[in-house]
Design a protein around this ligand. Structure first.
Ligand code: FEO
Ligand code: CA
Ligand code: CA
Ligand code: CA
Length: 640
């Protein structure tokens, strides 16, 4: 650890004159925005802080004061954190999380052990204070997603063409979610409370229920569950969100990859086209689970894939509660689901479909949040309206309702019920003419300015032959490095159906003329590629974790801070850099903003068990995905 300032290395000429195409885009977008807001804007891209809902922000935000680290390259298998901070490994893949779980033994793995141990490839991290309802920052429940498995790194002697039954069952048990109680000691270090009654694993085989309009739909019924109400497992849990009532919603992202043999489907069967639109493999699946579990083979269970691709609500405070697949929020490759309460009390969940040319969504509950009666909120996510976003080139936009019987979503166009609309959310969004985006990842609302930030990680096919061309919201062809859109809901009401938007950042190396950092001086920003997860601190500063920087900008992934208002708006600085082959997930703060949790996912990806390219964090021959804590030496706020 450590780190030092090497800004000079990244200084680029601001007058290089190479950015004409991009300059045109920015100038035209800014002038449109100026028109919309009836503010005079000079032709320069160096503009002052934007208005917040027509008024300046009430208090001047504190800007991050750490010294930016130099980026690291994929040869470096070390984490680096900004000066003044230290990192510790909190929990690793395979660590026991119950009193009865065995210690991790890479040579003696079993599915039974894995089902009581921390899962693989940690992604979403949610900190929920204990006791429930408190804002304590020294004790809480950590809810962590385990998105997928890297069998080639997990198992000695793994043969991808013929995985063993034991390997498959361990991998299923390494998927899902972990709930672990953690506590901060007198020396301020965090540890897992191993015998906590809250600790549990939810895996790719855990029974869960279904609720909302698609409950019991004929396409949810299987041989194993003729009622279409009881599903086994949650898969590819990427990011997620915390609800105002203290539950966690975990997002099922690339669920399609687990279901084999679409080529056996009768093409005349309407389900075949739906499975194809969602990307199911035609032949065997990547992990071969269908070899031992027929539900992963669509020639045996044609409907099993319909039971995945949902948002799943988990109550971490009630260890006996059963997770619920909330179908009202739609079925797609949910990246995340992030929650905010609208001014009139409706709860709004934003969620993106992370695939090239897919869409941005939000769900608005019919009911309102009840602050004093937690139980009254437990069905809120079953009734409401799902919308998909259309970004107009003039900086306006609309949320289009995915409601059966409205607009094109009628029987004449083949839609049969609200359950059908939700099972085929992508088709419904196509019919509404939503805007095809550059892989929507995390979407978060800023608690200080109430704006909504949509992260688009990349889209290599944008503008290529036969694909959609650029538009104002996705302005770069062959977008390899991603961008971030800033949206302002009408009246700052998250339940509104109209919004304004603008480009906040076009990521990349600042010397790349197509990049843009909200107009900030590009000689002073860090290079960034492929943004994925974001979080806002108490000051409203955005923290951005990346996934794919090695490909996008030939650097290790990292964590970056960027103010979104004031004179420092767009001043992106790198705070943390990760190890070879990994992405950075979380990020999550304690309520006091003095501990930052990061999930280091798939360290050493690209290597094998026999020939690892990373041995982080323990230098014991193999990499282990882990959650780390970052704290200040003086217990200062993170970023101060
Ligand atoms: Fe699992 Fe879209 O990242
Ligand atoms: Ca992600
Ligand atoms: Ca987030
Ligand atoms: Ca990712």
């Amino acid at each position: 650890m450590g780190g030092h300032d090497e800004h000079d290395k990244w200084i680029v000429r601001s007058d290089d004159g190479r950015g004409q195409t991009f300059g045109d885009i920015v100038a035209s977008r800014l002038s449109r925005r100026g028109f919309l807001r009836q503010v005079a804007i000079a032709s320069s891209v160096m503009i002052a802080a934007p208005l917040v809902g027509g008024e300046p922000a009430s208090a001047a935000p504190r800007d991050p004061a750490f010294r930016s680290i130099a980026p690291t390259t994929p040869e470096l298998d070390e984490i680096v954190v900004a000066d003044g901070y230290f990192a510790r490994t909190l929990i690793r893949w395979g660590e026991p999380i119950t009193a009865t779980a065995p210690e991790f033994d890479v040579w003696g793995q079993t599915a039974e052990a894995q089902a009581e141990q921390f899962g693989y490839n940690c992604d979403f991290v949610g900190f929920l204070p204990l006791p429930l309802g408190s804002t304590r920052s020294d004790r809480g429940l950590l809810v962590v997603n385990h998105e997928y498995t890297n069998e080639e790194l997990m198992f000695p002697n793994y043969d991808p063409s013929q995985p063993t039954n034991a390997q498959v069952d361990i991998a299923i048990a390494a998927h899902g979610v972990s709930v672990v109680e953690i506590a901060r000691g007198a020396d301020r270090s965090w540890s897992v409370v191993r015998d906590s009654r809250y600790n549990r694993r939810i895996t790719g085989a855990t029974p869960m229920t279904v609720s909302g309009p698609a409950l019991g739909h004929e396409w949810l019924r299987t041989n194993g569950d003729p009622s279409g109400t009881r599903v086994l497992g949650t898969l590819n849990n990427c990011a997620g969100g915390k609800t105002p009532w203290g539950t966690v919603v975990t997002a099922e992202e690339n669920f399609h990859q687990y279901f084999a043999h679409l080529s056996y489907f009768d093409e005349a069967d309407p389900r075949a086209e739906v499975h194809q639109r969602y990307g199911l493999p035609k032949t065997q699946s990547e992990r071969g689970w269908e070899l031992y579990h027929s539900r992963f083979d669509v020639s045996y269970e044609p409907n099993e894939p319909f039971r995945h691709g949902w948002c799943v609500e988990i109550d971490p405070y009630d260890p006996s509660s059963m997770p619920v697949k909330r179908t009202a929020l739609g079925r797609f490759r949910h990246e995340a689901a992030t929650f905010v309460v609208a001014p009139k009390g409706q709860v709004v969940a934003y969620s993106g479909d992370d695939a090239q040319f897919e869409y941005v969504y939000k769900f608005v509950t019919s009911g309102t949040y009840n602050k004093t009666n937690r139980a009254a909120n437990m069905r809120l996510l079953d009734e409401g309206t799902l919308y998909v976003a259309r970004y107009n080139d003039d900086g306006t936009g609309e949320w289009l309702p995915l409601v059966f019987g409205q607009g094109p979503l009628t029987p004449e166009n083949g839609f049969t019920s609200q359950g059908d609309v939700l099972l085929r959310t992508r088709h419904a969004a196509d019919a509404l003419g939503a805007t095809k985006m550059d892989r929507p990842e995390d979407i978060e609302t800023n608690p200080v300015n109430q704006k909504v930030y949509v992260v688009l990680t990349n889209n290599s096919r944008r503008g290529t032959t036969g694909q959609a061309g650029t538009d104002a919201a996705n302005p770069r062809a062959s977008n390899g490095t991603g961008h971030i859109i800033e949206m302002t809901e009408q009246g700052n009401d998250h339940a509104a159906t109209q919004f304004a938007w603008e480009i906040f950042m076009l990521a990349g190396k600042p010397e790349d003329p197509s990049t843009y950092f909200a107009g900030y001086d590009k000689s002073a920003v860090s290079p960034i590629g492929a943004p994925d997860n974001i979080v806002f601190d108490r000051e409203g500063t955005m923290w951005i974790a990346t996934d794919g920087a090695a490909r996008a900008v030939k650097l290790n992934d990292g964590l970056f801070a960027v103010p979104v208002s004031g004179a420092q708006r767009g001043h992106l600085q790198q705070f943390f850099s990760t190890v070879t082959g990994s992405e950075v997930c979380g990020p999550e703060f304690t309520p006091d903003n003095r501990t930052l949790f990061l999930a280091i996912q798939h360290p050493g990806e690209g290597g094998t068990f026999a020939e690892p390219v990373s041995t982080w964090p323990d230098r014991q021959g193999l990499p282990r995905p882990s959650v780390i804590t970052i704290q200040g030496f003086d217990d200062q706020l993170i970023g101060e």
